[in-house]
Design a protein around this ligand. Structure first.
Ligand code: URA
Length: 440
């Protein structure tokens, strides 16, 4: 078998066999297929797609490209959560301590930023001393002790995705449904949870630009999960606007921590997403009704337990640093205000998430190449989010970086704004799809 034949086949829109997919994954993981040939095949897949059979074979080959995690050492139901990626999406940092506070175990393997979308691992590393490199033993012990852990995939877990994910990020091959579905599901299946909730984003700041495409992705992932006998809920939620009021790394962690400390002061749309996703995680774990699960989530959210869980996670994952207080002072060297110009009046209708994601990336919060080093202070703070009343002279956003912020970024940020004369609901509606075993 030759990789060039496989590339030619996909270039000519022909389906690949299980053996060909296995050959590609084995060769790429073992370094016998170089990046340039893998990139060519990824681009052919991005353009010509994969059918469901091919997607299932790809998921399986990726899943078994390394070790899978054995969570049998963790007592109780293990639930996982994943977002297909968005701008300002800090939900994992918030829901894991909430669900753990309800005595459900969350053993979470997360990813790094991809394109304009941030990654939970990058955000966690913005907290002084926190490591995402846990051994399997540390990971399992932490989940048993605290109720949750958030770690990076080790080289041994789905190594195929680790390599492909980084390559896709820099070759324009992220936005492919079969590649996204196999990437997410291989990791979810390898991490051994009993059930999972996937937050499938759609809109300008997401890989899926419309709710219809998000639904297609959700349906592929549900079919894959069903094939492996796993319970799954997919929550389709909008990423037309950034999620919450911060985009970056350190500022997002601060927003997450602040929400846990005082949910009533949090951004309403972010809070709604947090409550919905936590409720489904608790619902599939506890088998309670949606209403009962939501009541329990709201009660625990208004207690001190999730904050204590978050702090316990930070201390546990500070493997080398001393147990000092969590230091989230946000002091970037440069900060530039984006001000509502003359004539602005009404309510914020939309803030284009894709452009804000690009600004944040260009300020240093994300990577253009695999080797880029992040500026944890870089990013955007939105002071006027969707639904807020606004008038000329208001500060709409602040742009942060440790390097001088170019003036054109302010113009670009202003151009993301759409206004309405009438009031706008800040909370985006959600669509939910479930695996057959959970469907009412
Ligand atoms: N998240 C993933 O884990 N993989 C993708 O391909 C996209 C989002």
């Amino acid at each position: 078998m030759h990789i060039l034949d496989i590339i030619e086949k996909k270039k000519n829109k022909l389906p690949l066999s299980e053996q060909e997919i296995q050959f590609f994954i084995d060769g790429y993981v073992n370094d016998t297929i170089p990046d340039y040939q893998a990139s060519a095949l990824l681009m052919a897949i991005r353009i010509n797609g994969l059918n469901f059979e091919e997607t299932l074979h790809l998921t399986k080959s990726m899943l078994y490209s390394g070790e899978t995690i054995d969570l049998s050492g963790i007592d109780g139901y293990k639930v996982d959560k994943h977002s297909t990626g968005g701008v300002g999406d800090k939900v994992t940092l918030i829901i894991a301590p909430i669900v753990a506070a309800l005595d459900v175990k969350v053993a979470k393997l997360s990813g790094r930023g991809l394109g304009i979308t941030g990654g939970t691992l990058d955000k966690l590393e913005a907290i002084e001393g926190v490591s995402i490199d846990l051994t399997e033993e540390q990971f399992i012990n932490q989940v048993n002790d605290i109720g949750f852990a958030i770690a990076g995939q080790t080289q041994n877990i789905v190594p195929a995705d680790k390599k492909l994910y980084a390559l896709r990020d820099v070759t324009g091959t992220v936005d492919s449904l079969p590649l996204i579905a196999s990437s997410i599901m291989s990791k979810k299946l390898a991490s051994g949870a009993d059930g999972m909730v996937l937050d499938v984003k759609y809109g300008s700041g997401a890989f899926c630009k419309t709710i219809e495409v998000a639904q297609d992705l959700a349906e592929i992932m549900i079919k894959i999960a069903e094939g492996f006998g796993k319970s799954i809920v997919t929550v389709l939620s909008s990423m037309n606007n950034p999620l919450g009021r911060t985009i970056g790394n350190k500022n997002e962690v601060k927003e997450a921590y602040d929400l846990l400390k005082n949910p009533d002061a949090a951004d309403k749309n972010l809070l709604n997403t947090v409550i919905e996703v936590s409720t489904y995680m608790y619902e599939i774990s506890s088998k309670k009704s949606h209403e009962e699960a939501k009541k329990a989530v709201l009660e625990v959210l208004h207690s001190d337990i999730p904050v204590q869980k978050f702090e316990a996670m930070v201390h546990a994952q500070r493997l080398t640093a001393e147990k000092s207080p969590i230091e989230l002072d946000f002091e970037p060297k440069f900060s530039v205000d984006v001000i509502a110009p003359e004539g602005t009046t009404g309510f914020v209708k939309n803030i284009d998430a894709q452009t804000i994601g690009t600004i944040s990336l260009d300020l240093g919060a994300g990577r253009h190449t695999k080797a880029d080093v992040l500026d944890f202070f870089a990013g955007v703070e939105i002071l006027k989010v969707k639904g807020d009343a606004i008038e000329a002279g208001d500060v709409i956003m602040k742009l942060y970086a440790n390097k001088e912020v170019p003036a054109e970024f302010v113009e670009k940020a202003l151009a993301t704004m759409e206004y309405s004369e009438t009031a706008i609901d800040p909370i985006d509606a959600k669509r939910v799809l479930k695996s057959k075993d959970l469907a009412e």
